[in-house]
Design a protein around this ligand. Structure first.
Ligand code: PBG
Length: 317
């Protein structure tokens, strides 16, 4: 008689586990604040900080020592304007941050490539009236990508959900000689409430409207597959599904259908939910994040972008 519980005995259970986590697959997001002179706590994400340019190198070094291979960088510029010019300024916060990390560590540096942290209105593209412009934004994304690569970025990760952004960025990188710089596209990125805490962390909230005109409708599944296919056709080297936990069905389908290196982004709201419940004593934080990461892996993620990367590495599992 088959008894499934035989293999659930201590030790045996782990030997037959179908999936396991490793630091090798984790990416730690880092916020770098041009105005900060020391790390500043992010209230909505207990345990997370905005780094200053000075504190960044030490933080990156600590991650490297712990075995985390890569970071995803977000910049908070001192000044914002209508066209997001801080995004492609060769002396901008993100460009300086990339250089500082590359000088001090061997980490793989991935840069988030979007205008929303740099525009005064907080949208991910140029705007006219209340319209977020698509094609007019593309050259700026190309220029931004080149400035990241010139600063030393290893991978650029466009997150603005503009149509044809991957093609524009690939072309711009190639023309300037960065044909070996990979693109990790936020391909299936949903218009999610779970980005709430990030907008505080990155001070990238929008002045009016919302992002539903460019990010995907959470009700849609088939559309995510078109999005991913288009980005692959335009030259994406890796694709992402974001957020992670509420979209594991999409993640599984993307991995199965395209077989591409696939990333999942466990976003700020996913982090905040568990962190807040743990603060109240309602969840065991460690067990909850380990379970969530394991399930994201099980659903097909090759890479997981998670605010718990450092914490996971610290456990030395
Ligand atoms: C920029 C961007 C956002 C996130 C990553 N890149 C915010 C947004 O699209 O509104 C969210 C990440 C998180 O919530 O952790 N476009």
């Amino acid at each position: 008689m088959r008894r499934m519980r035989r293999l659930r005995a201590p030790k045996i259970r782990d030997m037959v586990a179908e999936n396991s986590l490793s630091c090798r697959n984790l990416v730690q997001p880092i916020f770098v604040d041009e105005r900060a002179s020391e790390p500043r706590a992010i209230d909505s994400m207990p345990g997370q900080f905005r780094q200053s340019l000075e504190s960044l190198a030490a933080e990156a070094g600590a991650l490297e020592d712990l075995g985390i291979p890569a970071v995803l960088l977000f910049g908070l510029p001192a000044c914002k304007d209508e066209s997001g010019s801080g995004a492609y300024d060769p002396q901008g916060i993100i460009q300086k941050a990339v250089a500082a990390i590359k000088e001090n560590t061997g980490l793989v540096v991935i840069t988030d490539l979007c205008l929303c942290e740099y525009t005064s209105h907080g949208h991910c593209g140029l705007v006219r009236g209340e319209k977020v412009l698509n094609d007019e934004t593309l050259p700026i994304l190309g220029e931004t990508a080149v400035s990241h690569a010139a600063a030393g970025a290893d991978i650029v990760a466009p997150s603005g959900m503009m149509d044809h952004m991957v093609r524009a960025i690939r072309a711009a990188l190639d023309v300037d000689g960065y044909m070996d710089t990979p693109i990790l596209s936020y391909a299936a990125k949903y218009a999610s409430t779970f980005y709430g805490p990030f907008r505080e962390a990155a001070e990238s909230g929008y002045a009016w409207g919302d992002r539903k005109g460019y990010q995907m409708n959470p009700a849609n599944f088939a559309e995510a597959l078109w999005e991913v296919q288009l980005d692959i056709e335009e030259g994406a080297d890796m694709v992402m599904v974001k957020p992670a936990m509420p979209y594991l069905d999409v993640l599984r389908a993307v991995k199965d259908m395209f077989g591409m290196p696939t990333a999942a982004y466990q976003v700020s709201g996913e982090y905040a939910m568990i962190a807040a419940a743990a603060k109240n004593g309602w969840l065991d934080e460690r067990a909850a994040f380990l379970e969530s990461l394991t399930c994201i892996k099980r659903a097909g993620a090759d890479l997981i972008i998670t605010y718990w990367a450092k914490e996971y590495a610290r456990l030395g599992l």
